[in-house]
Design a protein around this ligand. Structure first.
Ligand SMILES: NC(=O)c1ccc[n+]([C@@H]2O[C@H](COP(=O)([O-])OP(=O)(O)OC[C@H]3O[C@@H](n4cnc5c(N)ncnc54)[C@H](O)[C@@H]3O)[C@@H](O)[C@H]2O)c1
Ligand SMILES: *[C@@H]1O[C@H](CO)[C@@H](O)[C@H](O)[C@H]1NC(C)=O
Ligand SMILES: *[C@@H]1O[C@H](CO)[C@@H](O)[C@H](O)[C@H]1NC(C)=O
Length: 308
């Protein structure tokens, strides 16, 4: 995979994720050219308003020379080396567009879908060559967050996976292969497991929304940016490592797991139940509308310190 001299990237769907990915390619791959295909009527003004806010000062002046808006799908993908899709999260849409793209794109082009949940093995149903498509799931917002979950279908070729990893590594990002297609992939599974417990504890009035956030930001938040849960608890076990940790703390771990299961069942912690209103109201009372640009600037500083 060559990221230079010029990677030609077709961005299919330029909403929240597509625009952030556009910024990411523009900044991290300084020679790439980007064709943007999106039928939204306000595309030009949407890009002009939002894209510069994702770009550092030096790139603001030049970005317009490196992107083109292409209303015709076949022209957008015809010469592309990478085709990255983040249109609507609908299986039918993705199945149709990949079959079309396959017909127009160069034979060696990489096909990436940013989907949060529709596996490549469903998206590729109408493709002739099902080895070409791979899910590359970004963590929002991708121009800030280094993770890309690379999720092949069983039919995806090893070469496609390898070239995908190489591109993102060259850009200094953190692509990680998820070996089996599963609901939510891995990052969201972890985040939503913690989120369920957080909702359950607030629903039971053990803590407030704000205090729960303070607990996370002052403990496992920063810890996990330095070392993930396995390395952390392996370290926590001292010389005996994770094995020793489980021997010493395993009883507490199991007691917490069992209590969670009981609480979640008893409190009816399922999406849409009564607890949800209370928590959403508390979040709004505490935070109103969150300033994401401040959040993102601070996140970048943290990532910088921990070596991303
Ligand atoms: N928002 C997130 O946090 C997040 C995170 C990771 C992945 N994703 C995935 O990214 C994809 C897009 O999500 P989003 O949040 O950016 O949504 P969005 O609604 O902001 O953007 C979708 C874009 O697709 C465009 N579109 C509609 N029809 C199209 C077509 N025929 N061809 C090309 N573009 C078309 C729309 O005009 C819109 O601009 C989804 O598959 C979603 O699962 C979202
Ligand atoms: C695609 O590449 C061909 C051959 O290099 C060139 O003639 C054509 O102008 C290119 N088309 C676009 C849309 O860039
Ligand atoms: C948040 O609270 C404000 C002030 O009470 C209210 O105007 C607004 O509609 C609420 N927003 C949401 C999303 O609940």
């Amino acid at each position: 995979m060559t990221t230079s001299p010029t990677t030609k990237i077709a961005i299919i769907g330029a909403g929240t994720i597509g625009l952030s990915l556009t910024a990411l390619h523009l900044v991290q791959n300084p020679t790439c050219q980007i064709a943007i295909h999106d039928p939204r009527p306000d595309l030009q003004s949407y890009i002009t308003t939002h894209l510069p806010t994702y770009l550092p000062q030096v790139d603001k002046a030049t970005y317009q020379t490196r992107i083109s808006l292409v209303s015709d799908l076949s022209s957008a993908v015809k010469n592309a080396t990478i085709i990255q899709e983040q249109g609507p999260e609908e299986t039918g849409f993705k199945q149709r567009i990949w079959a079309q793209i396959e017909g127009y794109a160069p034979p060696n082009a990489l096909f990436w879908s940013s989907t949060s949940g529709i596996p490549a093995s469903e998206q590729n149903r109408e493709m002739k060559d099902k080895s070409r498509l791979v899910v590359v799931h970004p963590y929002n917002p991708p121009h800030v967050m280094p993770l890309l979950e690379v999720v092949p279908a069983p039919s995806t070729s090893a070469d496609v996976v390898e070239r995908t990893l190489e591109y993102w590594r060259t850009l200094g990002r953190t692509p990680v292969v998820v070996r089996k297609e599963c609901t939510g992939f891995v990052a969201n599974r972890l985040a939503f497991a913690l989120f369920r417990e957080a909702c359950s504890l607030v629903a039971q009035d053990v803590v407030s929304v704000e205090d729960l956030d303070a607990i996370v930001s002052a403990s496992m938040g920063p810890r996990w940016s330095v070392a993930g849960p396995f390395k952390s608890y392996h370290a926590g076990g001292g010389e005996g490592g994770l094995k020793s940790f489980m021997e010493k703390i395993g009883g507490t771990v199991q007691a917490c797991w069992s209590a969670s299961d009981e609480d979640v069942k008893r409190e009816g912690i399922e999406v849409g139940n009564a607890w949800q209103d209370k928590i959403c109201r508390q979040a709004n009372e505490s935070y109103g509308v969150v300033d994401t640009s401040t959040r993102d600037e601070t996140t970048k500083k943290v990532l910088n310190v921990v070596g991303h």
